[in-house]
Design a protein around this ligand. Structure first.
Ligand SMILES: Cc1cc2nc3c(=O)[nH]c(=O)nc-3n(C[C@H](O)[C@H](O)[C@H](O)COP(=O)(O)OP(=O)(O)OC[C@H]3O[C@@H](n4cnc5c(N)ncnc54)[C@H](O)[C@@H]3O)c2cc1C
Length: 394
């Protein structure tokens, strides 16, 4: 209350943000850079992200350029301009060279860069602060009964968002039939053949299973195995090597090595969720990131979209005289591209539900179609709000 009154007195507008993940931190930095004050409420005891890395595409990179953080974010990142899909026999079914930038970036590093910048610009971090609800007039409620007022409240508390649910904004939560186990293992350069040049990520398909292998650093590979929920041997952690080696005989040596050398203590089965909202805001409360638009990770766009959309949110409201109208304008402008990313990330593996003989015919042909490639890469090629003002071409 005191903070809101002070904001009114000084003309500085104040945002209260629930969740210090990629979306919350991005919104915080963008608002702070435009003269707002920000309080971030995070239930964990620090800003931390799980230890894996993520695919970071042109749209995420451009968003960080708008914030002036791209060089720092890319420190230590690994370029991954090409991606190859192969079948169980090792035959190349799709070969994809991105005409835009793609990197693999460490999650903790990226979160750390955003958090440092927020801190430098004067954000107030409240750790161990569990958010529980919000009121449309611009009030965030903590689980301990504390209330915080802001000109804007941002719900960025992830896929199981309490703030979103308190505002009754959820339209649908879809649990797809597929899930994944991620692990990191030492990399043996060239172990997947001559195309394994350190720049190429590989994706093997067999029946309804996939094995993904991406060079993460010069010495490590980031791997994922995906399979249907009801594939009980497929979702075992650590992986049941014998069954995965049978599915992927051409990379059996890598799978066998994984059983001995991967970081199984940190690995766990991850269940995907797809979130859709009735609307992205109510009054002065906006929902962004996985809380608003979680998607399956097949295009590697969840965090990219969380960052891109949190930036758009902040830039749309920053100087707007009417915050509620600005939030409606933000949704009108950004929802189509975010929903495109959600749709196409699901479509990417939809053929796995078909018999293998059928997808092995259809997928390589579809993958070569320019129209399909354009749809798949549209979110990555999207120009984030604020980018045009940098004077760079899209
Ligand atoms: C297997 C897998 C692989 C993925 N790979 C990629 C990829 O390669 N590229 C990509 O772009 N995306 C990827 N993603 C998606 C990406 O992880 C998410 O889209 C991204 O983390 C969303 O960011 P966020 O800030 O919205 O949510 P989160 O990262 O979930 O952050 C939410 C924050 O809110 C906090 N919080 C939660 N509840 C509360 C509460 N009640 N009170 C206070 N704080 C709270 C959490 O502690 C957290 O800090 C992947 C996801 C999965 C599951």
């Amino acid at each position: 209350m005191r903070r809101r009154m002070r904001a009114k007195a000084t003309g500085v507008r104040h945002a209260v943000i629930g969740g210090a993940g990629f979306a919350g931190l991005t919104a915080a930095v963008a608002l702070l850079q435009r003269g707002w004050s920000v309080t971030l409420c995070e239930r964990a005891s620090s800003v931390r992200s799980e230890g894996y890395n993520i695919a970071f595409h042109e749209n995420g990179l451009r968003s960080l350029e708008v914030l002036g953080l791209v060089e720092r974010a890319l420190d230590g990142a690994q370029r991954m301009p090409s991606r190859q899909t192969r079948d169980r026999h090792g035959r190349v079914t799709a070969d994809f060279d991105a005409s835009y930038r793609v990197f693999r970036v460490s999650r903790p590093h990226l979160a750390g860069v955003l958090a440092e910048e927020a801190q430098r610009l004067g954000a107030e971090f409240r750790f161990g602060a569990e958010v529980a609800g919000a009121l449309a007039e611009g009030v965030l409620q903590l689980a301990d009964g504390t209330t915080l007022r802001g000109d804007l409240v941002i719900a960025a508390d992830g896929v199981n968002s309490k703030l979103r649910d308190a505002m009754q904004l959820l339209a649908s939560r879809t649990i797809p039939g597929e899930g994944a186990t991620r692990f990191i293992m030492p990399r043996v350069p060239g172990e997947l053949g001559q195309d394994d040049d350190g720049d190429t990520g590989f994706e093997f398909w067999s029946g309804r299973r996939r094995f993904l292998y991406r060079p993460a650093t010069a010495t490590t590979a980031y791997c994922t195995v995906t399979c249907p929920q009801n594939d009980l041997s497929g979702r075992q952690v650590p992986i049941d090597a014998a069954t995965w080696m049978r599915s992927f005989p051409t990379v059996a040596h890598v799978i066998e090595r994984a059983t001995r050398e991967a970081n199984w203590a940190e690995a766990r089965w991850a269940q995907y969720q797809i979130i859709r909202l009735k609307r992205w805001s109510r009054g002065r409360v906006a929902v962004v990131g996985d809380a608003a638009h979680a998607m399956v990770p097949n295009l590697g766009q969840g965090a990219n979209c969380a960052i891109m959309n949190a930036l758009a949110l902040a830039l749309t409201v920053a100087d707007a005289p009417d915050i509620e109208a600005a939030l409606r304008e933000w949704e009108r402008s950004e929802r189509p591209i975010i929903e495109h990313a959600q749709r196409w990330s699901s479509l990417f593996t939809a053929p796995l539900a078909w018999p293998e003989w059928l997808w092995s015919i259809v997928v390589p042909r579809a993958g070569r179609m320019a129209w399909v490639q354009r749809q798949m890469t549209r979110p990555a090629r999207y120009e984030p709000k604020g980018y045009a003002a940098l004077g760079k071409t899209g």
